[in-house]
Write a protein that binds this ligand. Sequence first.
Ligand code: ASP
Ligand code: MG
Length: 428
Amino acid sequence: MHSSYPAIAPQSAGVSPIYSASMSLIVQKYGGTSVADAERISNVARRVVETRQAGNDVVVVVSAMGQTTDDLIALATDVSSQPGGREMDMLLTAGERISMALLAMAIRDLGVEAASLTGSQAGILTDSVHGEAKITAIRGDRVREYLDDGRVVIVAGFQGVDPESRDVTTLGRGGSDATAVALAATLGADVCEIYTDVDGVFTADPRLVGTARKLDEVSYEDMLELAGAGAGVLMARSVEFARRFGIPVHVRSSFHDGPGTWIKEEAMEQTVITGVAHDTSEAKVTVHGVPDQPGIAARLFGALAAEDVNVDMIVQNVSTDGYTDISFTVPKEHMESARAAAEKLVPDLSARGVDVDPAIAKVSLVGAGMRNHPGVAADMFKVLSEHAINISMISTSAVRISCVIAADRCDEAVQSLHDYYLAEGATE
Ligand code: ASP
Ligand code: MG
C-alpha cells in the first residue's frame, strides 16, 4: 500500500484549519531548541500526550537536540578534510535518532504508547543526493499501522533512504520541516504544527527589530518568498509541499499555548507588504570585463552548474566598449568553488578577472499586495538612500524586491524598511 509521493491526493485540501473537533490526525514537528535538553523533551512529551488524550492521532517529527547537527559537522571536519556525503549523512542522521528515542521514552512514561522510527523505517524514500536529498515517495504503511495500534509515532526528521543504494540520506539543513509537511500530505493530516522557539512568523526578525509583529496568517505564496529570502523560521521546500497538497501549517511556540501563525492559501489581512526578510548567508562573485557576446553567460553559468554551485541573484552590467561585468550571489559555502570555476574560465572568455565579496547582505520586501501597488520599489530605494545605504544588486519577483547591500548596513536597512512599511501607523 505504498503510493508514489507526488501522486498522493491532497486529502486535507479544503479542511478547516480549526481542528478542535476530536479524531483529527495532527503532525507536530519540534525543532532543535524545543528538544535541547531533558527538561524540554519532557515538556514536549507532555504536549504530545495532551494532544493524544484530546482524541487525536499524533505523528511527531523531531530535529536533533540543540546544536547537535552543527557539533557533528564540526567533529567530521576535525577528523577528515573530505568526510564524503555518504558517511556525513550516516553521522548526521544519528542526531535525530537520539531525540526520537528519548521523546518516545518520555511519552511512554506518561502512560501513552509511543514508537520511534528512523526516516528509513518510516518509508521516506529519496533520491541519491547526499546532504541535499529530495523526497521521492513515502511509504506510510508502517506509520499507519502504529497509529491504528493506538500509538503515537515519532519520526526522525531530515532523513530518508535512497532505495537504490539503500544508503541513508539527509534533506539539507532545516530539513525536518520538509519531513513533517511531506508526512502530513501522505497521511492526509488535518494540520501540520511546526513548534519552534519563536511565537510564529514575524514582520521582520524580532531579534533585530524590536517593533516586529507576529503575523496571524500568511499565504503560502508570501511564506515561500519570505523563506527563500532568508526568514529562517521555515524551510522553503516545506512551504512548497504544503502549498502543493493544501496542508495548513501552524508555526507556533513550544514554550507556551498561545496561537502562532497560520500558513494557508489566502491570508485575511490585505496589506501591501507582509514582511522584511534578510539574508547574510550569501557571497557576491563578480567576473570583470567579459566580452558582451552571445554564449558567454551560458558558458559561465554552465560551468558553475557543473560544479553544483547554487546561483541566486544575477546582474549583468551595462557594457562599455563591448565588455561587461557579470555579478552573481552564491551561498557562502559555494563561494570558493564558484571562484575556482569562474577563474578557470577567465583565459577562455578573455575576461579581466574574478572578485569575491563575502561581506554582503540581501534585504527583501515581500508581499502579494505589491502586485497592484506601483511604487514599492521606488519607495524602498528612497528609504535606503535616506540612510545612505548603497545598493549593489537588485532582483525582483512578482511579490518580492531584494537589494544586495554591505553586510554592516543590514540591521539599519531592515529596521528602517520595517519602520516605513510595517510599524504601527506606517505609511501604507
Ligand atoms: N537537525 C537538522 C539541522 O540542524 C535538521 C533540522 O533541524 O531541521 O539542520
Ligand atoms: Mg532546525
